[in-house]
Design a protein around this ligand. Structure first.
Ligand SMILES: CC1=C(CCC(=O)O)c2cc3nc(cc4[nH]c(cc5[nH]c(cc1n2)c(C)c5CCC(=O)O)c(CCC(=O)O)c4C)C(CCC(=O)O)=C3C
Ligand SMILES: [Fe+2]
Length: 390
């Protein structure tokens, strides 16, 4: 960290009492589940993976062929699984170093290890109160409720099999937790350093996230915040502003920044969040920007949307324009992110025990809700969802 910063509020020790053995108390939880997207691990996996992803989701066949090509460029291997294994390692190390006695499991929506198989294993191992960490930091149907629907569907399979069904809770959105924001600030500073010296001070920042349909953005988060891009846009703008402010403080340079979007799919007549990163690079270039740093705040790791859509496609666009660009790393398995997860686990456990622990959050939005309220990030076709009010 390059600048002095008020220390993040530490969890109130009185609110998160150690157990009699002296280790942090995570009661009532008996396991943590890392829930992610999943990705192919070789060429033969690509088509079945895309079939899993698009099952009933109406993505045009042309787009699928295109996305399949992205994976084949990388030998049919998505980086996401290796990155989740690293994150699991980092969380387990962080738990062990602080005496947090909570086994950590991993299950995916679209590829092995599949969520249903992991939950079955957890049920058979005797776990009954499971806390879920999704690899998506923000509110949206794709980043939150869809995972909750996957949980409900997998738990229903366990019930059908006559197995005990664990109760699952989901950790709150962590977009504004300092353990998520701080590594992005450092990564942005490192990406500025990677630019040629003569354009570094005048480089602009382009914060990027996954585009989603406008209707999905408008209805993201709690009902009272619907419209105008909903919680999805508000949360990303809040993070972009936090990172831009901290980068300004660290460099002493005020630079233009914007939130832009990437990885759009779906039929062209349906409006999605804009501008697209490639259009933005063109506009920035035309407006005289000497360089752009792309900061993928919307993603937890450098998976395919980052490696292809930014490092390959957007980088090619920039090269064509003759515009110097660099790309900030995502949080990945940064130890500060692992520490944030431990903080959030202890916070939620204390809350479940009826205490009122400190709820760490930067910026104006404050800590997100623990339990998604009714009507949060609705699906086009309502499906049962776990770990929320509806
Ligand atoms: C908000 C959001 C996140 C961030 C939050 C989170 O991380 O959950 C995210 C992450 C990811 N998306 C991923 C891959 C894909 N997403 C697709 C399709 C879609 N994503 C959407 C949204 C999001 N997606 C949407 C609205 C669609 C349209 C269809 C639908 O409504 O479902 C498709 C189908 C083809 C295409 O349209 O591109 C693929 C292959 C991977 C894996 C990458 C890898 O393999 O490394 C990851 C981490
Ligand atoms: Fe996606």
């Amino acid at each position: 960290m390059r600048e002095p910063e008020a220390p993040a509020p530490a969890a109130d020790p009185a609110a998160s009492p150690a157990s009699p053995s002296g280790t942090p108390d995570v009661h009532p939880y008996d396991a943590l589940l890392l829930l992610s997207f999943g990705g192919p691990e070789g060429p033969d996996d690509v088509v079945p993976f895309l079939e899993n992803v698009t099952h009933g989701r109406g993505i045009p066949r042309e787009r699928l062929k295109e996305v399949g090509k992205h994976y084949f460029l990388f030998g049919g291997v998505s980086p996401i699984n290796a990155q989740n294994r690293e994150l699991l390692d980092a969380i387990r190390k962080e738990f062990a170093a602080h005496g947090v006695d909570l086994p950590v499991y991993w299950g995916n929506r679209n590829w092995a290890p599949y969520l249903t198989d992991t939950l079955r294993e957890m049920s058979d191992a005797g776990h009954r109160r499971v806390l879920v960490l999704a690899t998506s930091a923000y509110a949206s149907y794709s980043g939150c409720r869809q995972y909750r629907e996957n949980l409900a569907a997998s738990l229903a399979v366990l019930a059908e099999e006559g197995r005990p069904v664990p109760r699952v809770d989901k950790l709150r959105h962590y977009f504004n937790h300092p353990g998520f924001v701080d590594p992005m600030v450092d990564a942005t500073l490192a990406a500025l350093d990677a630019l040629p010296a003569e354009v570094r001070d005048s480089a602009r920042l382009a914060f990027t996230t996954h585009s989603i349909p406008l209707t999905a953005a408008d209805t993201s988060g709690p009902v009272e915040g619907h419209g105008n891009g909903g919680a999805y846009v508000a949360q990303h703008v809040a993070v972009a502003r936090l990172v831009a402010d901290r980068v300004r403080e660290a460099t002493g340079i005020e630079r233009p920044w914007e939130l832009v979007y990437q990885s759009r799919s779906g039929a062209p007549h349906i409006p999605w969040l804009e501008p697209d990163i490639c259009d933005h690079l063109e506009e920035a270039h035309e407006a005289g920007a000497p360089a752009v740093v792309m900061v993928p705040i919307g993603f937890v790791s450098d998976h395919m949307e980052v490696k292809y859509d930014l490092d390959t496609e957007a980088a090619a666009k920039a090269a064509e324009l003759g515009l110097p660009v660099s790309r900030a790393a995502t949080v990945g398995a940064d130890p500060r992110f692992a520490a944030a997860i431990r903080d959030l686990v202890q916070e939620r456990a204390a809350t479940e025990r009826g205490l009122a622990p400190a709820r760490c959050a930067l910026g104006a939005l404050g800590p997100s809700h623990d339990i998604c309220p009714a009507g949060c990030c609705p699906a086009r076709t309502p499906l049962p969802a776990a770990a929320g009010t509806d």
